[in-house]
Design a protein around this ligand. Structure first.
Ligand SMILES: Nc1nc2c(ncn2[C@@H]2O[C@H](COP(=O)(O)OP(=O)(O)OP(=O)(O)O)[C@@H](O)[C@H]2O)c(=O)[nH]1
Ligand SMILES: [Mg+2]
Length: 246
Protein backbone atom coordinates (compact mmCIF):
# COMPACT_ATOMS: atom_id res chain seq x y z
CA UNK A 1 0.00 0.00 0.00
CA UNK A 2 1.50 3.29 -1.04
CA UNK A 3 0.60 5.76 1.68
CA UNK A 4 2.25 8.67 -0.12
CA UNK A 5 -0.15 8.24 -3.02
CA UNK A 6 -3.22 9.18 -1.03
CA UNK A 7 -5.25 12.12 -2.26
CA UNK A 8 -7.70 14.54 -0.78
CA UNK A 9 -11.09 13.77 -2.29
CA UNK A 10 -13.72 16.06 -0.86
CA UNK A 11 -15.29 17.72 2.20
CA UNK A 12 -18.82 17.58 3.53
CA UNK A 13 -20.32 20.08 5.90
CA UNK A 14 -23.70 18.41 5.98
CA UNK A 15 -24.73 14.80 6.23
CA UNK A 16 -27.34 15.32 3.55
CA UNK A 17 -24.56 16.09 1.04
CA UNK A 18 -22.83 12.78 1.63
CA UNK A 19 -23.56 9.98 -0.82
CA UNK A 20 -23.50 6.37 0.46
CA UNK A 21 -20.04 4.81 0.76
CA UNK A 22 -18.66 3.42 -2.45
CA UNK A 23 -15.70 1.93 -0.59
CA UNK A 24 -14.63 0.99 2.91
CA UNK A 25 -13.92 3.84 5.32
CA UNK A 26 -11.54 4.30 8.22
CA UNK A 27 -12.39 7.35 10.26
CA UNK A 28 -10.47 9.37 12.84
CA UNK A 29 -12.46 10.45 15.86
CA UNK A 30 -11.52 12.43 18.94
CA UNK A 31 -11.60 15.72 20.79
CA UNK A 32 -10.75 18.89 19.04
CA UNK A 33 -6.98 19.41 19.07
CA UNK A 34 -6.16 15.79 19.99
CA UNK A 35 -4.22 15.39 16.73
CA UNK A 36 -6.50 13.66 14.18
CA UNK A 37 -5.39 15.72 11.18
CA UNK A 38 -1.76 15.55 12.30
CA UNK A 39 -1.96 11.77 12.48
CA UNK A 40 -3.42 11.57 8.99
CA UNK A 41 -0.60 13.74 7.65
CA UNK A 42 2.02 11.53 9.29
CA UNK A 43 0.40 8.32 8.03
CA UNK A 44 0.27 9.72 4.51
CA UNK A 45 3.71 11.24 4.73
CA UNK A 46 2.45 14.72 3.88
CA UNK A 47 2.99 18.08 5.45
CA UNK A 48 -0.59 19.24 5.32
CA UNK A 49 -2.91 17.12 3.23
CA UNK A 50 -5.17 17.39 6.30
CA UNK A 51 -5.26 20.85 7.81
CA UNK A 52 -3.74 21.29 11.24
CA UNK A 53 -3.83 24.21 13.64
CA UNK A 54 -2.79 25.03 17.15
CA UNK A 55 -6.23 26.60 17.44
CA UNK A 56 -8.77 23.91 18.28
CA UNK A 57 -11.65 23.47 15.92
CA UNK A 58 -9.64 23.54 12.72
CA UNK A 59 -11.50 20.71 11.04
CA UNK A 60 -15.17 21.63 10.80
CA UNK A 61 -16.13 19.43 7.89
CA UNK A 62 -15.88 15.70 7.27
CA UNK A 63 -12.93 15.27 4.94
CA UNK A 64 -12.36 12.26 2.72
CA UNK A 65 -8.94 11.07 1.54
CA UNK A 66 -8.60 8.29 -1.00
CA UNK A 67 -6.05 5.65 -0.08
CA UNK A 68 -5.95 2.68 -2.41
CA UNK A 69 -9.29 0.86 -2.08
CA UNK A 70 -10.44 2.71 1.04
CA UNK A 71 -11.14 6.21 2.33
CA UNK A 72 -9.54 7.81 5.33
CA UNK A 73 -12.07 10.14 6.92
CA UNK A 74 -11.01 13.10 9.06
CA UNK A 75 -13.85 14.02 11.40
CA UNK A 76 -14.31 17.37 13.13
CA UNK A 77 -13.28 17.32 16.77
CA UNK A 78 -15.83 17.21 19.54
CA UNK A 79 -15.77 18.78 22.98
CA UNK A 80 -14.23 22.13 22.24
CA UNK A 81 -15.73 24.40 24.87
CA UNK A 82 -15.39 27.75 23.11
CA UNK A 83 -17.62 27.18 20.12
CA UNK A 84 -21.18 28.39 20.29
CA UNK A 85 -23.93 26.01 21.30
CA UNK A 86 -25.48 25.96 17.86
CA UNK A 87 -22.17 25.22 16.26
CA UNK A 88 -21.48 22.50 18.80
CA UNK A 89 -24.78 20.81 18.11
CA UNK A 90 -24.05 20.93 14.41
CA UNK A 91 -20.75 19.22 14.93
CA UNK A 92 -22.01 16.49 17.17
CA UNK A 93 -24.86 15.89 14.74
CA UNK A 94 -22.33 15.64 11.96
CA UNK A 95 -20.09 13.19 13.85
CA UNK A 96 -22.92 11.18 15.39
CA UNK A 97 -24.82 11.18 12.11
CA UNK A 98 -21.78 9.93 10.26
CA UNK A 99 -21.11 7.13 12.74
CA UNK A 100 -24.74 6.05 12.84
CA UNK A 101 -25.31 6.24 9.10
CA UNK A 102 -26.17 2.75 7.87
CA UNK A 103 -25.19 3.76 4.33
CA UNK A 104 -21.57 3.95 5.42
CA UNK A 105 -19.14 1.11 5.02
CA UNK A 106 -17.28 1.84 8.21
CA UNK A 107 -14.45 -0.65 8.52
CA UNK A 108 -12.60 0.89 11.44
CA UNK A 109 -12.82 3.84 13.81
CA UNK A 110 -9.49 5.16 15.02
CA UNK A 111 -10.35 6.82 18.30
CA UNK A 112 -7.75 9.32 19.50
CA UNK A 113 -7.14 10.13 23.14
CA UNK A 114 -4.56 12.61 24.43
CA UNK A 115 -2.08 10.49 26.36
CA UNK A 116 -1.43 13.24 28.89
CA UNK A 117 -4.91 13.35 30.34
CA UNK A 118 -7.70 11.16 31.64
CA UNK A 119 -10.33 10.61 28.94
CA UNK A 120 -12.93 13.38 28.96
CA UNK A 121 -16.62 12.67 29.44
CA UNK A 122 -17.04 13.07 25.71
CA UNK A 123 -14.25 10.57 25.08
CA UNK A 124 -15.87 8.01 27.35
CA UNK A 125 -19.25 8.65 25.80
CA UNK A 126 -17.73 8.05 22.38
CA UNK A 127 -15.99 4.84 23.48
CA UNK A 128 -19.19 3.53 25.04
CA UNK A 129 -21.07 4.44 21.88
CA UNK A 130 -18.57 2.52 19.74
CA UNK A 131 -18.86 -0.52 22.02
CA UNK A 132 -22.67 -0.39 22.09
CA UNK A 133 -22.91 0.00 18.33
CA UNK A 134 -20.36 -2.78 17.87
CA UNK A 135 -18.27 -0.60 15.62
CA UNK A 136 -14.73 -1.93 15.22
CA UNK A 137 -12.29 0.50 16.77
CA UNK A 138 -8.81 0.96 18.12
CA UNK A 139 -7.48 3.68 20.40
CA UNK A 140 -4.50 5.84 19.54
CA UNK A 141 -2.92 7.71 22.45
CA UNK A 142 -1.53 10.91 20.97
CA UNK A 143 1.23 13.32 21.96
CA UNK A 144 3.26 10.53 23.57
CA UNK A 145 6.36 12.71 23.21
CA UNK A 146 5.02 15.03 25.89
CA UNK A 147 5.32 12.48 28.69
CA UNK A 148 8.41 11.06 30.34
CA UNK A 149 8.70 7.34 30.99
CA UNK A 150 7.21 7.44 34.47
CA UNK A 151 4.32 9.72 33.50
CA UNK A 152 3.57 7.48 30.61
CA UNK A 153 3.49 4.33 32.75
CA UNK A 154 1.22 6.03 35.25
CA UNK A 155 -1.16 7.25 32.57
CA UNK A 156 -1.35 3.85 30.88
CA UNK A 157 -2.13 2.20 34.21
CA UNK A 158 -4.83 4.80 34.80
CA UNK A 159 -6.32 4.30 31.31
CA UNK A 160 -6.70 0.61 32.15
CA UNK A 161 -9.02 1.65 34.98
CA UNK A 162 -10.76 4.49 33.16
CA UNK A 163 -11.53 2.91 29.79
CA UNK A 164 -14.10 0.12 29.61
CA UNK A 165 -12.91 -3.19 28.10
CA UNK A 166 -9.41 -1.75 27.98
CA UNK A 167 -7.82 -5.21 27.90
CA UNK A 168 -9.70 -6.08 24.71
CA UNK A 169 -8.94 -2.90 22.83
CA UNK A 170 -5.93 -2.47 20.57
CA UNK A 171 -4.07 0.60 21.79
CA UNK A 172 -1.32 2.36 19.88
CA UNK A 173 0.81 5.13 21.41
CA UNK A 174 1.56 7.80 18.83
CA UNK A 175 3.79 10.82 18.52
CA UNK A 176 3.95 13.18 15.59
CA UNK A 177 7.37 14.26 16.87
CA UNK A 178 9.12 10.88 17.19
CA UNK A 179 6.78 9.11 14.73
CA UNK A 180 6.24 6.34 17.28
CA UNK A 181 3.22 4.30 16.25
CA UNK A 182 3.17 5.29 12.58
CA UNK A 183 4.34 1.94 11.21
CA UNK A 184 2.02 -0.03 13.47
CA UNK A 185 -0.94 2.06 12.38
CA UNK A 186 -0.03 1.72 8.73
CA UNK A 187 0.03 -2.05 9.27
CA UNK A 188 -3.46 -1.97 10.77
CA UNK A 189 -4.78 0.18 7.92
CA UNK A 190 -3.19 -2.11 5.38
CA UNK A 191 -4.84 -5.10 6.99
CA UNK A 192 -8.23 -3.42 6.97
CA UNK A 193 -7.73 -2.59 3.30
CA UNK A 194 -6.81 -6.21 2.48
CA UNK A 195 -9.77 -7.56 4.45
CA UNK A 196 -12.00 -5.17 2.58
CA UNK A 197 -10.61 -6.31 -0.78
CA UNK A 198 -11.27 -9.96 0.22
CA UNK A 199 -14.72 -9.01 1.35
CA UNK A 200 -15.52 -7.44 -2.02
CA UNK A 201 -14.07 -10.36 -3.90
CA UNK A 202 -16.24 -12.83 -2.03
CA UNK A 203 -19.27 -10.99 -3.26
CA UNK A 204 -20.46 -10.26 0.22
CA UNK A 205 -21.34 -6.72 -0.73
CA UNK A 206 -24.18 -7.89 -2.94
CA UNK A 207 -26.54 -7.85 0.02
CA UNK A 208 -25.69 -4.27 0.73
CA UNK A 209 -26.06 -3.25 -2.90
CA UNK A 210 -29.59 -4.60 -2.85
CA UNK A 211 -30.28 -2.62 0.27
CA UNK A 212 -29.07 0.59 -1.32
CA UNK A 213 -31.27 0.02 -4.33
CA UNK A 214 -34.15 -0.58 -1.99
CA UNK A 215 -35.09 -3.69 -3.90
CA UNK A 216 -35.43 -5.87 -0.88
CA UNK A 217 -36.28 -3.28 1.66
CA UNK A 218 -39.50 -1.69 0.58
CA UNK A 219 -41.60 -4.33 2.32
CA UNK A 220 -43.47 -3.86 5.57
CA UNK A 221 -40.66 -3.29 8.04
CA UNK A 222 -39.81 0.38 8.22
CA UNK A 223 -38.57 0.33 11.81
CA UNK A 224 -34.91 1.20 12.07
CA UNK A 225 -33.34 -1.97 13.41
CA UNK A 226 -29.54 -1.76 13.43
CA UNK A 227 -29.41 -5.48 14.18
CA UNK A 228 -30.75 -6.16 10.69
CA UNK A 229 -27.37 -5.25 9.29
CA UNK A 230 -25.41 -7.81 11.26
CA UNK A 231 -23.83 -11.06 10.13
CA UNK A 232 -22.69 -9.98 6.69
CA UNK A 233 -18.97 -10.53 6.89
CA UNK A 234 -16.72 -7.65 7.79
CA UNK A 235 -19.66 -5.26 7.60
CA UNK A 236 -21.16 -6.86 10.65
CA UNK A 237 -18.47 -5.05 12.59
CA UNK A 238 -19.49 -6.90 15.69
CA UNK A 239 -16.04 -7.09 17.20
CA UNK A 240 -13.30 -5.18 18.82
CA UNK A 241 -10.13 -5.45 16.80
CA UNK A 242 -8.16 -8.16 18.64
CA UNK A 243 -5.18 -7.02 20.59
CA UNK A 244 -2.63 -9.01 18.62
CA UNK A 245 -3.73 -7.53 15.32
CA UNK A 246 -0.74 -6.00 13.59
N1 LIG B 1 3.87 17.38 20.56
C1 LIG B 1 2.91 16.89 19.77
N2 LIG B 1 1.98 17.73 19.22
C2 LIG B 1 1.01 17.19 18.46
C3 LIG B 1 0.92 15.81 18.20
N3 LIG B 1 -0.15 15.60 17.42
C4 LIG B 1 -0.72 16.80 17.18
N4 LIG B 1 -0.03 17.77 17.80
C5 LIG B 1 -0.35 19.22 17.79
O1 LIG B 1 -1.67 19.38 18.29
C6 LIG B 1 -2.33 20.46 17.62
C7 LIG B 1 -3.68 20.02 17.06
O2 LIG B 1 -3.48 19.05 16.06
P1 LIG B 1 -4.61 18.74 14.95
O3 LIG B 1 -4.06 17.62 14.15
O4 LIG B 1 -5.02 19.98 14.25
O5 LIG B 1 -5.80 18.23 15.88
P2 LIG B 1 -7.28 17.77 15.42
O6 LIG B 1 -7.63 16.64 16.31
O7 LIG B 1 -7.30 17.51 13.95
O8 LIG B 1 -8.13 19.06 15.81
P3 LIG B 1 -9.57 19.52 15.18
O9 LIG B 1 -9.42 19.60 13.72
O10 LIG B 1 -9.79 20.82 15.86
O11 LIG B 1 -10.57 18.51 15.61
C8 LIG B 1 -1.36 20.95 16.55
O12 LIG B 1 -0.69 22.08 17.07
C9 LIG B 1 -0.41 19.79 16.38
O13 LIG B 1 0.86 20.17 15.93
C10 LIG B 1 1.94 14.95 18.79
O14 LIG B 1 1.94 13.72 18.64
N5 LIG B 1 2.88 15.55 19.55
MG1 LIG C 1 -8.46 18.29 12.47
Amino acid sequence: MNFSKAEFLTSFGKLSQMPPSDRGEICFSGRSNVGKSTLINKLLNRKSIARVSSVPGKTVTINFFTLDNIYLVDLPGYGYAKVSKGEKRGWSNLIGGYLEDDRRDLELVIQLIDMRHAPSRDDLQMINFLIERELPFIIVFTKADKLNKREREERMAAFAEEIPYFEDITCVPFSAVTLEGVEQLRGIIEEVSEDYADFLENGALLDDADDIDGEEEDTSDTSEEPAQQENTGIDAAGYLIPKNRK
